[in-house]
Design a protein around this ligand. Structure first.
Ligand code: SER
Length: 322
C-alpha cells in the first residue's frame, strides 16, 4: 500500500534528513513535511510542505485529514540543554505536542506513529555501561522527564486504543546536513565544523566524557527499519534502546586530528557537563537487534571519515575552510 506520511519537526536535525530519505522511498508527493518556526532547507520544498503547530490539536487533526495521512513521524521537540534553560517550555512542546499528535492520530485513522525517545530517558542511577533495556528510568533533566512520560504515553495509546506507536531511544546523533540545536551531544557535530572552519575547537564537555553516539545514516536506517517491521516483530511500544558506538570527547578529537593536521581542541565544561554526567556511557540494544534485526553500519572511524569527506568540500566551497 502506498504510504501517506507526515513528518513534524521537518526543519530539525533528524527531520531535515528523514524527509528526503522517506521521499526517496515512498515518492516526493507522499511525504508531507511540517515545519513550525524554522523555514528549513531547500530540500523540504521538493514535496508538500505545510506550517503546523503541534501545540494545536485541531490543526494537527486538519492536516492529517487534508493529506489523508496514515503514518506520522512526530519529531518536533526541544533538546536537553534548551529544556534545562526553559523547563516549562520543554514540557509544553514535548508533552502537549505528543499528546496532540497521538490523539489526532487515533481519531483520524492513522495506522502507525513514530516518536523519538533518547538516552536522556536514563538517569544517574542507571548502569553507566551497557545500560539495559529494562531498568528504572529516573532522569534528572526536564528533557528526560518528557522522554520517560512520552514513552509511557505512547505505550498507553497502544494499550488503550491499539494505536501502533513505535519509539527509539536515539543516542547522540551526528550529521553533516542540519546542525542540532540545544542538545548536550551537539559538541560532536560542532567539533567538525570548527575543525574545518578554524582548525580549533573549545569543547563544552570534559575530555573524558563518554556518551553513546550514532551517525545519521544509521539513525535513518533504524527508524525506517523499525517502522517497516511487521507488528509481530515489534512487541515493545516503549522506547527501544539503540546503539552504534561510544567515545569520549578526547577520542573524537584525536580521530579528527588524524585527518585534520594541527587541529587544536581545548575543554571548558559548562552546565551541559552535568547533563552528560547523568546519562549512560553506552547502551545495550540487544532487544532491537533481536526483535527487528537492528545492526549499525558505521563505527567511529567510518563516521569521522564520512563527516569530513562531506563537510570539508561543502564548507570550503562556501569559503569557510582553513
Ligand atoms: N541529542 C540529545 C541531546 O543532547 C539527546 O537525545 O539533548
Amino acid at each position: 500500500m502506498a504510504h501517506r506520511v507526515l513528518v513534524t519537526g521537518s526543519a530539525g536535525q533528524i527531520g531535515a534528513e528523514l524527509v528526503p530519505h522517506l521521499r526517496g522511498l515512498y515518492g516526493s508527493d507522499s511525504v508531507v513535511a511540517a515545519i513550525h518556526r524554522s523555514p528549513g532547507g531547500q530540500s523540504l520544498r521538493d514535496g508538500p510542505l505545510v506550517t503546523l503547530d503541534t501545540g494545536d490539536q485541531a490543526a494537527v487533526s486538519a492536516a492529517l485529514k487534508e493529506h489523508r495521512i496514515d503514518t506520522v513521524y512526530h519529531l518536533a521537540a526541544l533538546l536537553s540543554a534548551t529544556g534545562e534553560k526553559d523547563p516549562q517550555l520543554a514540557w509544553t512542546v514535548n508533552m502537549d505536542g505528543l499528546r496532540n499528535v497521538l490523539e489526532a492520530s487515533r481519531t483520524n485513522g492513522v495506522s502507525r506513529v513514530f516518536w523519538p525517545s533518547s538516552i536522556g530517558a536514563f538517569g544517574p542511577d542507571a548502569p553507566r555501561t551497557d545500560a539495559p533495556q529494562n531498568v528504572p528510568l529516573n532522569p534528572t533533566t526536564m528533557y528526560g522527564v518528557t522522554k520517560v512520560a512520552g514513552e509511557l504515553l505512547c505505550n498507553y495509546y497502544h494499550g488503550k486504543y491499539g494505536l501502533d506507536v513505535r519509539c527509539l531511544r536515539y543516542p547522540g546523533l551526528i550529521s553533516n546536513v542540519t546542525p542540532p540545536g540545544g542538545g548536550t551531544t551537539d559538541y560532536a557535530v560542532e567539533i567538525f565544523y570548527e575543525a574545518i572552519r578554524t582548525g580549533a575547537y573549545t569543547c563544552f564537555l570534559r575530555e573524558d566524557t563518554i556518551l553513546p553516539m550514532m551517525y545519521m545514516p544509521d539513525a535513518l536506517k533504524a527508524t525506517v527499519q523499525l517502522m517497516e517491521a511487521p507488528g509481530s516483530k515489534v512487541p515493545r511500544h516503549l522506547g527501544y534502546n539503540l546503539a552504534a558506538f561510544s567515545f569520549s570527547a578526547g577520542e573524537l578529537a584525536a580521530a579528527i586530528s588524524k585527518r585534520v593536521h594541527g587541529f587544536k581542541v581545548s575543554y571548558s565544561p559548562d552546565s551541559r557537563q552535568k547533563i552528560a554526567d547523568s546519562w549512560p556511557q553506552s547502551i545495550d540494544d540487544t532487544e532491537a537487534r533481536r526483535d527487528w534485526g537492528w545492526k549499525p553500519d558505521y563505527d567511529l572511524g567510518g563516521m569521522v571519515a564520512d563527516m569530513l569527506a562531506k563537510l570539508g568540500p561543502r564548507l570550503r566551497a562556501e569559503g569557510k575552510g582553513v
